[in-house]
Design a binder for this molecule. Sequence first.
Ligand SMILES: Nc1nc2c(ncn2[C@@H]2O[C@H](COP(=O)(O)OP(=O)(O)O)[C@@H](O)[C@H]2O)c(=O)[nH]1
Ligand SMILES: [Mg+2]
Length: 447
Amino acid sequence: MILEDTIAAIATPPGHGALGIVRLSGKRATAIAREVFTFKSDLRPRHPVLAELRDPAGDLVDETVVTFFAAPRSYTAEDLIEISCHGAPVVLRYCLDRLVHAGARLAEPGEFTLRAFLHGRIDLPRAEAVRDLIEATTLYQARVAARQTQGAVSKRVAPFKAQLLDLIALMEAGIDFAEDDISVAPAAEITRRLEPIIEAIEKLARSFVYGNVVRSGFSLAIVGPPNAGKSSLFNRLLEQDRAIVTEIPGTTRDLVSETAEFAGIPVRLVDTAGIRQSSELVERLGIERSLEAMSDADITLVIFDGSIARDAEADELLNRAFSQGRAIAVANKSDLPGFGAREGETAVSAITGEGISDLRNAVVEKLGGSPEIQAETGLITTARHENLLREAARMLRKAGEAARAGVPHEMILLDLYCAMQALDQITGTTTADDILNRIFATFCIGK
Ligand SMILES: Nc1nc2c(ncn2[C@@H]2O[C@H](COP(=O)(O)OP(=O)(O)O)[C@@H](O)[C@H]2O)c(=O)[nH]1
Ligand SMILES: [Mg+2]
């Protein structure tokens, strides 16, 4: 069916570059390439060769380097050809047209990776990680995705999937070979085995809170009364002078936003207008936007001038921020005499930089990050995986309750299979053979 086609696509981004790459994958890849190119030497696997791209009149269009990866040792596990052209969009387009003319079909988005998956070369999490790796904007995101392309998620799921399979095998054997006197697993044994599995699944599912932040980045709004030092802190976190800083209260009238990086995670920083009672129209509009920015942000820094007393209005703002979501109270100007941080406030000086790295850490921690979790491989970064893990845990809990209630094992097994199916959708399928092998490997049936 679709795997019968030989597909082609330009693999490099649009625009002019030193090089541009066209990829060709499928059974007819070499035949099509031979039709389009004049090779200077033999096309051998993993040996780049010079090849001329000529138009039908025989005029040279480009001199290219062609590399052939023979099936199954290629990205797609099919015969794959990579053509390095000079990076002119018209040349790449022409090359692609010629390949199509010679019998290739234009690839759909992601189709090369889809083929790698369909041929069993990579599992679903790896395919998804390839996409994340391509879309990474920070090195840390790239590292997390790269570990996943190496199967980090599947590796974390594998141990508890194996434990579940053991339990299924135990119970299946109890049913299938009941007449052979193999004792059926008692309820206590079933729940004893289920508990660590459920715990491990839920722990992995929880890593999504931070994994999602790592993959998608987050937004951070800086709010507070006028002159607290919001714009100064914004510039400090950004490590550049972007927002205007003055001693005149009410300078910032509109939202200013910029992208930065915290612990390798992209963050959208938003500087806002100072929040205070005001009768002036423009300032009031600015304040409205500040409040909106605060409710839109993933996390809010509520900043005060720590060298002066906080008034009732300040506390009101703080309560509002905390009731809306994740917030951190910050006391700024720690360099000034008379400075004091109240309980729960993080002390910083936007001017000297004192306390700023603690503040960054506090933000990462609020988002669910910790040094251990940052070092962990196989963070869950997609909602699909999180849902499947939660579904698996739910079914296993149900199975545990059923076991305690004395429900027949055939019924409990249905729940266990549902849980297994959910895990399978993360790592790839468990076949009936897997279960049978397990049964025969762990039990001495003696027949
Ligand atoms: N001493 C000291 N002054 C600061 C600090 N941060 C801001 N300021 C000063 O406070 C005033 C208001 O700063 P700004 O960033 O514009 O405050 P915003 O109105 O909250 O945006 C300016 O004169 C800043 O130089 C700090 O950490 N220490
Ligand atoms: Mg300002």
